[in-house]
Write a new protein. Structure first.
Length: 514
């Protein structure tokens, strides 16, 4: 008999064609999947995220068994659970008398560095294979980035469109433009019909997992029920079908909109399935293209959707691995405040932040503009230490893994990488939220007030932020006119603005209600 190898499949590698499985054979090898405390607690993950992933892992183990694999699945409550992936690999090697370990590279520097040390630690060969689910390899991205003064997603995206022949007419972009973002900034109104994403039945496996998470994380953050997530590949595909049929046609128009009580609008709510391997990015892009070619969705929607996946998703992953393990420590704007407690409690008078935090606690989901322009912008204006902002985002969203979360948070939303991801900071006053949402209408603060007790906190904090960083941004042609506006303001207004900002920051520092 040939000695088996242990084939490790991580919780976000639930893809039948993942490299480690492709390099192994069901006749010889044993697949190891393990629920471990180390992964469940390295940040305080949302309880729904843990339950979603454990249930999806258990279903994937079953899928593999049906395909003929021997799967050694270690549950979190197994008495001898070693608590870490390394510990579980070690136990599995001993259990099966394995000759080596085969794994696919993980999505975080933390685990990558640890796994690179396993060969020495375990004293046997550990093969770490490239994750082929991404559409640009780390090396291809590094090649593209080499010698460029600035990395801009748009140019990377065009090359990706060309290499994959997506939305192309010969050498030209379909519809005559590479980017239809200009058409995609409509505020939503309540009269639109929003196609709520499907809710899936909580079957036995998920019920067991929900009980387990409730028992093991009684004080953890985030609501476990209601539980609406798909946990099998078939159901994730059904969620994708629903999106293409009902939401994609309007995805573009209302991509940046926010509405009180409407959590999904025309967003896909699919990133958690993509990121754990239940859905395939290229397949989703091709399906979107088909919707346009067959006349069921307009080009602005389809191009916008494809850009998010083929462009942004691949671009941020490239940046994450290119920038190195210290990326999450970057703090170019020297921000040092602790994260306000209301990011966890939702206890704030700002209707927009309250809505996003409440929704995040209930769903483990918020859409892009909520993440970027509400919780993200506020943290940056206040000057919260980026590392704390990063850990919050990595914890609270079901789709959060460092390769995708960190560039979005450290880079795009906090400008803590000094402009690697974004060409300017996403700073905005309350005006932006008022234009793109209906939150301000029901808010205790008045968005039109620039100063005074009732003024929307985003207003004075915006100016305070811009002035704190005038030296850095004053020469940026995309920001310079903001300073011209400030310089034209009357002295009394400027003084009142900065006084209000100081008082708000003092209140935040003292843990007072804002
Ligand atoms: P849709 O709006 O339907 O978009 C379609 C798909 O495009 C998404 O499913 C996603 O796969 C991809 N996508 C869109 N924007 C981005 C982006 N900027 N980066 C990478 N992929 C993108 N995305 C994550 O997957 N995990 C995260 O942890 C995460 N953290 C974020 C933190 C901040 C501060 C910001 C501003 C963005 C973050 N994003 C993250 C990107 C984006 O917000 C989510 O991908 C999106 O909200 C997921 O919801 P959806 O599936 O409904 O997306
Ligand atoms: C996020 C997560 C959680 C909560 N739990 C597990 C787990 O118990 N076992 C596992 O294999 N993976 C888990 N994951 C996903 C890993 O944290 C993820 O593979 C790494 O962060 C690399 O992306």
């Amino acid at each position: 008999m040939v000695t088996p190898r242990v084939v490790l499949v991580l919780g976000d590698q639930l893809t039948p064609g993942i490299a480690a499985l492709e390099a192994a054979t069901p006749e010889r090898d044993v697949v190891l999947m393990a629920e471990v405390m180390e992964e469940a607690t390295y940040v305080p993950h949302h309880r729904k995220k843990i339950a979603f992933l454990f249930s999806a892992m258990r279903h994937f183990a079953e899928e593999l068994r049906e395909a003929g694999w021997t799967v050694d699945y270690v549950t979190l409550d197994e008495p001898d659970n070693a608590g870490s992936l390394e510990g579980e690999v070690r136990r599995a090697v001993a259990r099966h008398g394995a000759a080596g370990v085969i794994a696919t590279e993980p999505g975080e520097w933390r685990l990558q560095t640890a796994m690179e040390g396993w060969e020495d630690a375990l004293g046997l060969p550990v093969k770490l294979l490239r994750d082929r689910r991404f559409l640009a390899t780390k090396a291809e991205f590094a090649d593209w980035a080499k010698g460029r003064k600035a990395l801009r997603m748009e140019y990377f995206y065009r090359e990706m469109r060309r290499s994959y022949g997506l939305l192309m007419e010969g050498d030209e972009p379909a519809g005559g433009k590479w980017n239809f973002d200009h058409d995609n900034r409509k505020p939503a109104d309540e009269d639109l019909a929003f196609p709520e994403p499907p809710t899936f039945q909580t079957e036995t496996v998920t019920r067991e997992v929900l009980d387990l998470v409730e028992a093991r994380f009684p004080d953890g953050w985030g609501d476990l029920s209601p539980f609406r997530y798909a946990v099998t590949r078939a159901d994730a595909e059904a969620a994708a079908d629903h999106f293409f049929r009902h939401a994609l046609p309007r995805f573009g128009d209302y991509q940046d909109a926010m509405l009180e009580g409407e959590r999904f609008l025309y967003h896909s709510f699919l990133s958690q399935y993509l990121n754990c391997g239940l859905l395939d990015p290229l397949d989703l892009c091709r399906r979107a293209e088909r919707e346009w070619r067959e006349g069921r969705a307009p080009i602005n929607a389809v191009e916008g959707y494809v850009r998010q996946i083929l462009g942004w998703r691949e671009f941020v992953r490239g940046v994450y691995w290119l920038e190195g393990p210290d990326y999450v420590e970057r703090n170019e704007l020297d921000a040092g405040r602790p994260l306000p407690a209301f990011y966890w409690t939702g206890e704030t008078d700002m209707a927009c932040i309250r809505a996003v935090v409440t929704q995040t606690r209930e769903e483990a989901y918020a859409h892009h503009i909520q993440r970027l322009m509400v919780t993200g912008t506020f943290a940056m204006l206040v000057g919260v230490e980026p590392r704390q902002v990063h850990e919050w985002y990595l914890s609270v969203y079901a789709d959060a893994y460092e390769w995708v979360e960190a560039p979005n948070v450290i880079g795009m939303s906090q400008f803590a990488d000094g402009g690697v991801v974004a060409s300017k900071p996403y700073a905005a006053s309350g005006n932006y939220i008022d234009k793109m949402s209906d939150h301000c209408a029901g808010c205790r603060y008045k968005v039109r007030d620039r100063t005074g007790e009732d003024a929307c906190p985003f207003n004075p904090l915006y100016w305070d932020f811009m002035l704190r960083h005038r030296e850095r941004f004053g020469n940026n042609p995309r920001v310079a006119r903001v300073y011209a506006t400030w310089d034209r303001m009357k002295d009394e207004k400027r003084e009142a603005t900065l006084r209000d900002a100081k008082s708000l920051l003092g209140r935040i520092d003292a843990g007072g209600r804002v």
